[in-house]
Ligand binder design. Structure first.
Ligand code: CAA
Length: 383
């Protein structure tokens, strides 16, 4: 493998970095403190063509590639992990299943406004009794004439009450396991569709996470995504791509913490010299730089496979698992380099330390990533 980003991809990085530095960084501390979703920032991300970045122009997207998308999530997360996941959940989870499995009518009606940044997307899979075991979905959808009637709850949903369009999974044929699950496109405002309270989270506090509640929600038959019974495969293939987004988020959070620690270590004098010249600190910095390089290769190469329509499920799980485990090590060492100063509220490294943890949990815990990787290398899954 000989991976190198193109000039166009690096131009995109420069554009997103500039936006993140000028618009997101100055308010990231307040968003975190107030547990506040950045509505204005998300609107501006739409104007910058980020919200439909990897989708064709004919569907309202920017027509760029998956590596560019990974770079955009990375650059936002470099200054604020919460803003990074807003984009990732919207592009990878809310929009992609409609792009990949939607009818032309569904794409025109839902994908176009999502990709144009006029609407925000979300993905409803997780339930109280169906976390890692996504096949244990209990939400039901019962066909009644021209509508399905949806009942159930989805928890830990990123973008939740801020979104407009949701891809939601429900059981249409009970007692048939994963083959009985179907996917639906749900719109905010459908009668009986409400939200729980915005969770008070440890990190990524600028992103909105809440419960979706479906109480006899009438969903038109034409909002079935794919065929009845295809829902689990739609969810799994969506997560294959979503994991590239979370890997990019972890990479960005780690990169930001590393840069801050490196700069600080050059300025902080102890024992008569900058601490970066003390071997104990320089070895930490060396390990951080190595892990970042390895993560970056894993993330971009998984993205490139996806772009080239080659199998990427195992590679995206590897990227997500490695980049997020490394991110935890990197933010921990970065905070260690700052010492007591890094432990103070208001320090970027303190926020990065809290933001990092979720990357090993959502879109499949890192234990589940290992299940996915192992099932590929032992030939259980062929894609
Ligand atoms: N693509 C397509 N099909 C797939 C697939 C994939 N990646 N993975 C599995 N399948 C198919 C299998 O081929 C199988 O098909 P058949 O029955 O026709 O042979 C079927 O799906 C069932 O597969 P498994 O037997 O492997 O399913 P399982 O019940 O053992 O579960 C699992 C597998 C990998 C553990 C899965 O449940 C899983 O990924 N769990 C984690 C869920 C997760 O990631 N949740 C994240 C929620 S979203 C989120 O976190 C968003 C956020 O906040 C930002």
């Amino acid at each position: 493998m000989n991976f190198k980003t193109t000039d166009e991809q690096e131009m995109l990085r420069a554009k997103v970095r500039d936006f993140a530095e000028k618009e997101v960084k100055p308010i990231a501390f307040l968003l975190d403190k107030e547990n506040r979703f950045p509505d204005e920032i998300v609107k501006k991300m739409g104007k910058l063509d980020l919200m439909g970045l990897p989708y064709p122009k004919e569907y309202g997207g920017a027509g760029l590639d998956v590596v560019s998308y990974a770079i955009a999530v990375e650059e936002l997360s470099r200054v604020d992990g919460g803003t990074g996941v807003i984009l990732s959940a919207h592009v990878s989870l809310g929009s992609w299943p409609i792009f990949a499995y939607g009818t032309e009518e569904q794409k025109q009606k839902y994908l176009v406004p999502l990709a144009q940044g006029k609407k925000l997307g979300a993905f409803g899979l997780t339930e109280p009794e169906a976390g890692s075991d996504a096949g244990g979905t209990e939400t039901t959808a019962v066909l009644d004439g021209d509508h399905y009637i949806l009942n159930g709850n989805k928890i830990f949903i990123t973008n939740a009450d801020k979104a407009d369009i949701y891809v939601v999974f429900a059981v249409t044929t009970p007692d048939t396991g994963t083959h009985g699950i179907s996917a639906f496109i749900i719109e905010k405002g459908m009668e009986g569709f409400t939200f729980g309270d915005h969770y008070d989270k440890m990190g990524i506090r600028s992103s909105s996470t809440a419960e979706l509640i479906f109480n006899d929600v009438k969903v038109p038959k034409e909002n079935l995504l794919g065929k009845e019974g295809e829902g689990f495969k739609i969810a799994m293939s969506t997560l294959d791509g979503g994991r590239i987004g979370i890997a990019s988020q972890a990479l960005g959070i780690a990169q930001g913490a590393y840069e801050n620690a490196l700069e600080y270590s050059k300025e902080r004098i102890q024992f008569g010299k900058p601490i970066c010249q003390q071997q104990g600190i320089s070895f930490k910095l060396a390990d951080m730089a190595t892990m970042l390089r390895a993560s970056r290769f894993l993330v971009y190469s998984a993205a490139e496979l996806k772009e080239n329509h080659e199998p990427y499920g195992m590679e995206s799980a590897m990227a997500k698992q490695y980049a997020s485990d490394s991110c935890l090590t990197i933010v921990n060492d970065a905070l260690q380099i700052f010492g007591g100063t890094g432990y103070l509220k208001g320090m970027e490294v303190e926020r990065a330390y809290r933001d990092a943890k979720i990357c090993t949990i959502y879109e499949g815990t890192n234990e589940i990533q290992r299940v996915v990787i192992a099932s590929h290398i032992t030939d259980k899954v062929s894609n």
